[in-house]
Ligand binder design. Sequence first.
Ligand SMILES: *[C@@H]1O[C@H](CO)[C@@H](O)[C@H](O)[C@H]1NC(C)=O
Ligand SMILES: *[C@@H]1O[C@H](CO)[C@@H](O)[C@H](O)[C@H]1NC(C)=O
Length: 254
Amino acid sequence: MRGELCVGSASVLSLVALLLLIFMHVGQINTSTVLEAYLWLTCLSYGNGLSAAIGDPVAGLYTSNASAPLEEHLGLRQIYKFGLYSHCAFVNTSGGICSNHSTANRFEPFTVITADMLTNYSSLTTALVTNVTIIDSPYLGEFTNGAYYLILIGTVCAALTLFTGLLKHTFLFLLSTAFAVIGSLTLLIGATIWTVIIKKTESINDFIVGPSTSPAPLGIIVTTGNALFLLWAAFACLIVSILPYMISCCTYRG
Ligand SMILES: *[C@@H]1O[C@H](CO)[C@@H](O)[C@H](O)[C@H]1NC(C)=O
Ligand SMILES: *[C@@H]1O[C@H](CO)[C@@H](O)[C@H](O)[C@H]1NC(C)=O
């Protein structure tokens, strides 16, 4: 009876981990504009920031056409959401489109937003924003590309943990334990990479422009999206399942 309880709780934990991860992946593969994002970039006030920086009014920075193609210098959008597979850009709270989906999409937010701006504004922006992590696209791209594969391996391991555990065999519980350990480890590293990257890109939130007599915020704001919380929750469930799987493989008599 004790063994059954152990197996049961281990299975529930790995099932929850797997469901959270599936939810996270599907929320990002979804072709609609609803996306389980790692990070939001709000550019709503960038017009004011840019105007304060150059000392002139800024016109035509944004596009109001929700379906205008992305990264073709057709105008900045107000809100960007970045996920594992793509990013979406919104002209208001609801209207927007997403980029093409490619696996292991690199997270290069500064490249994305400057590619949306009209060319004169993208060169101004590139000259204006310096010494913050968010402009270092090769660095962000490399690390998030690596994190993507780790999260994928972690997801496969969570599935294998659950299914080998369901077979209820002493040796297979050993295998479940091993998958849970490998999965937790890869999810831990993947989630850590994303957490560090998001923290580092947040330095743009405090970026000040304009003359020292009348400084103004840049107006580009980074916030953490839901996907990161799902990822950490999945990691927590999978790592907690290790102990009951381990106990099951020593004590279960199937
Ligand atoms: C918005 O962009 C789409 C795609 O380029 C284009 O077909 C459409 O005519 C544009 N709408 C307006 C109002 O400019
Ligand atoms: C958002 O923008 C789209 C396209 O310009 C428009 O059709 C829609 O009504 C807007 N929605 C809101 C809530 O303003």
